[in-house]
Ligand binder design. Sequence first.
Ligand code: SF4
Length: 384
Amino acid sequence: MNDNTSPPTDERGGLPSASSFQRLVFCPGSRAAEAAIPHGTIPASDLADAGTRIHDALKTGEIEDLAHNEEQIASKLKEMEEAALAEFCDDFSLEIADMEIIREERFWIAGVTSARVDFAAVHKRLPMALLLDSKTGFLKVTGARENWQLRVGICALNETFGPFETARVAIAQYRLKERFSKCDYDATYLKRAKTEILFYDARSKEEDAPFAAGPWCQYCRAKPTCPTMATYALLPSVFAKTIELKKKDIIARVDTLSLPDLAFIQSRKTFAENLFEAVTKRLKSLPIEELESVGLTLVPTGTIPSIPSIADLWRVLDDAGLISDEEFRGVCKVGLGALYDLLVTRIAGKRECSKSEAEQYLDGLLAPVVKRTPKEPSLKPIKS
Ligand code: SF4
């Protein structure tokens, strides 16, 4: 099922698709939000285009137009598809020749949703079926047991060819590495799955259907203007790699927030600062190996100088003949910074050297009486 991309005309008849059903379950409000945005307003990505080409090739068997890596993905998925069918027939003592093969066809739960099936094998006489979804992207997909796209797919297939006594759903994913997951449904589980689909469908049609953001926002058409998503994406505590935001994206998200939201976020500034402070403190307390395992390291940031004994300082300066007793007392009252600046200027004049050379000389002179306390190291990402 490759319906994350938006075709020019809506082949789903205005109903939510199997691939978007998980979003409807977790964010019922997304139904109305997406309905307000026409299909095709978000351009398909290169990866989605490649996925469409691979799925077309799996259907037609023509791989000539595929790029080399796409060809490799297509043949690997084909292998996985054949292995899944062989395993299914083996597990239930069926003959492959008795299976009717279906590819890239859409099936419906009337008036509710539809699923475009990548590959299915339905037994010609027995109430048994296998549904396989092929994935070509990088993102790790939800396993077969929890996967709403497959749940909708097998229920839609059950509407046309069922009622099944046994049905297997599986996901084959290949992109750099191979992933496969499967789950078997019996008649009771199929009935329960359909009831759940009808329940979530009805809930999403309610006028006050709630919004909830999460990783399922990734392919939501309402994402660019959705304030719930904007607030979620701006939460520093959300682990959402898929929606990592650059500075310009943050500005765009902030532009979508309402005035009360902006005021609320501003009112939480102290909380956010305290949160970052506590997180930084906790990270800094961890062993360096643990930090490195998450791509962070500690970088030294210099030292803080202090003079434990003013008497010792005076002795060093008096021996060097740099300042009189009276002048020393006077400048010390202003502060040690002022004393340092005065001494640097005096040394530069006396030794006819640059300011930095004078500083170097003075630092060497004062080293025995200056205590240097290391500053807290700073937390930085490891540069690759
Ligand atoms: S972007 Fe996320 S929160 Fe907003 S409507 Fe879509 S799924 Fe719901």
